[in-house]
Design a protein around this ligand. Structure first.
Ligand code: UDP
Ligand code: MG
Length: 317
């Protein structure tokens, strides 16, 4: 019999996890019967500081549904959503693997439609949000801006408004597992694989409870991973800007020479010197910053540290 795996990364989700499990397990069990497959639900506790892990471990007492099919992996500390998801994917043994958020923003009912597409031979069925309920305008605006910038800069069609709610086939997962990068941007890595990919549209609900685990700093990190991880064009930009400045400087130099020859050497010019120094200084610092961003990533790769550390391995119930 075929197996489907559902991977759920959880970080400080004590307020929702019980509800998530009862809704998710019920739905997945129904789907497993409809499609005549076995299933496993893999919860990855991403170093939660609240009671998430205890609640996960007590699920078997509270909720008979899903019994025998639940796996809990606990990471040694908070490694971040993308890494926690990777850990879960590495554990998944299924023929189809579904990743879903722990906060019920991605409706488990959509999995059934994903399964249909998978049965039709798709390798990746990714959820695209048609609407996003209950999120601040700041989040919506920054998310939109992020996708626009990433698509412009990387010249690579990262699906717009797609999160990490998707189904992937076993062979797509095998490719994914062979991608060793440390700074992971999964919603770019999966489209990069190719194979048969298809979107599926759904309305994103608001969080069932609790608050977002993606503060601005984590969003910024994700955005950088998306841009720097998928493109060298920031490096080229530095080169182009340098080229333009050099041209302008050359033209201005010629102007100064002729001006001096024709009209003598005026002493004034403090403002132009200041502007030039500040401007080129600024551009140079930005360029060094861009270089630093890439070098830092090369350093991360070269160190070859493990992506994550597992604290408690695979408790199954
Ligand atoms: N998450 C995680 N580690 C983190 C941050 C988030 O495993 O460091 C999980 C979180 O529990 C949730 C998913 O990633 O299941 C998405 O996070 P969240 O809902 O906070 O993000 P948002 O929907 O606000 O973008
Ligand atoms: Mg969420």
């Amino acid at each position: 019999m075929e197996l489907i795996s559902v991977v759920v990364p959880c970080y400080n989700e004590e307020e929702v996890i019980k509800e998530t499990h009862s809704r998710l397990a019920r739905e997945v069990e129904k789907i497993a019967i409809n499609f005549n497959v076995n299933y496993e639900i893999i919860y990855v506790n991403d170093g939660s500081k609240d009671k998430t892990l205890q609640i996960l471990q007590s699920l078997k007492n509270i909720h008979p549904i899903g019994s025998g099919n639940v796996v809990i992996i606990s990471l040694a500390k908070n490694f971040g959503h993308q890494t926690a998801l990777t850990a879960g994917l590495n554990f998944a043994k299924g023929d189809a693997i579904i990743s879903i958020d722990a906060d019920l923003q991605d409706p488990p009912e959509v999995i059934e439609e994903m399964m249909k597409k998978w049965k039709e031979g798709m390798d990746v069925v990714y959820g695209v949000r048609t609407s996003r309920e209950g999120e601040t305008w700041f989040k919506l605006m920054t998310a939109k801006l992020f996708y626009i910038i990433v698509r412009k800069i990387t010249k690579f069609d990262i699906p717009l408004n797609a999160g990490d709610f998707r189904l992937i086939s076993k062979r797509a997962l095998e490719v994914f597992k062979s991608m060793p990068e440390r700074n992971r941007f999964i919603r770019g890595m999966i489209p990069w694989i190719g194979l048969n990919q298809i979107p599926i549209y759904y309305e994103r609900a608001s969080r069932f409870a609790g608050t977002t685990k993606y503060p601005f700093s984590k969003m910024l990190k994700l955005a950088l991973d998306g841009i720097v991880g998928f493109s060298n064009s920031p490096l080229k930009t530095a080169y182009y800007v340098g080229f333009v400045i050099a041209l302008l400087s050359f033209a201005y130099g010629i102007f100064i020479i002729f001006y001096s020859l024709l009209k003598g050497f005026p002493v004034h010019g403090w403002s132009s010197i200041m502007v030039t120094i500040l401007f080129t200084g600024g551009v140079q610092l930005i360029t060094v910053g861009i270089l630093g961003e890439y070098i830092g990533r090369i350093y991360d790769e070269v160190k070859k540290r493990p992506l994550y550390i597992i604290d408690e391995q695979e408790s199954r119930f």
